[in-house]
Design a protein around this ligand. Structure first.
Ligand SMILES: [Zn+2]
Length: 215
């Protein structure tokens, strides 16, 4: 977490006061969970409980003054935390898994579809050949062989068609889940089928300005 505080509009917390510098201070959270306030070389200084500081561990109960009297409510500042980089990082895995699943479904369906289309023609061919070779003079068996040769490919074509019609449904399911999961961690806007790396280059959400990549 890193909250930039100052008069400039592009701070995370805008402190609109004559004596506050454009980029006055920043508040961050240490690894142990404590809060660190740091003055960014402001013109009029930063004060914690009356003493000027450069960098100091603080608690939300401390009295913080920026410049000549701008009181900073740390609880309020913490609400302006706009750093979503930890949550954004989790999206990397979601995108990779989605693409992986999609490719898997597509290639396994291609294989099954081909199998259903090919085998029914190959098997009756072999059976027909076998029956023809061993029972040359039996018209009843010739009829059976003809039936097999016509019926089984029809079933094969039907199965292949059914198999390929499953693709849109399976893809639809993972695509629906992807639309729920691959969203801006702050505002929930779906990020589209855009690779995580490309989004990371944007650094922040176009819609809500949440920070995706730490500055
Ligand atoms: Zn957003």
């Amino acid at each position: 977490m890193m909250i930039r505080i100052g008069k400039a509009e592009d701070n995370d917390y805008v402190a609109n006061d004559l004596h506050v510098s454009r980029y006055h201070a920043r508040l961050s959270r240490e690894k142990d969970g404590s809060l660190m306030l740091e003055d960014l070389g402001s013109t009029n200084g930063t004060y914690v409980n009356g003493a000027q500081i450069v960098k100091k561990r603080i608690s939300p109960a401390d009295t913080i003054i920026l410049g000549n009297g701008y009181a900073l409510d740390i609880r309020h500042v913490l609400h302006s935390d706009n750093d979503y980089s930890d949550q954004f990082l989790l999206l990397k895995e979601i995108y990779a898994r989605y693409i992986e699943q999609k490719v898997k479904i597509q290639s396994s369906n291609q294989f099954k579809t081909r199998l259903f289309q090919t085998l029914p023609f190959v098997i009756p061919g072999i059976i027909g050949l076998f029956i023809g070779m061993t029972n040359k003079d039996n018209p009843a068996l010739f009829g059976v062989s003809l039936l097999i040769t016509i019926c089984i490919p029809t079933i094969g074509i039907y199965l292949a068609a059914r198999q390929s019609s499953k693709i849109p449904q399976q893809l639809q399911d993972i695509s629906n889940q992807f639309k729920i999961d691959y969203v801006c961690p702050k505002c929930g806007t779906f990020l589209g089928e855009i690779p995580w790396e490309s989004l990371a280059k944007r650094k922040q959400c176009h819609a809500c300005k949440a920070k995706w990549i730490k500055a």
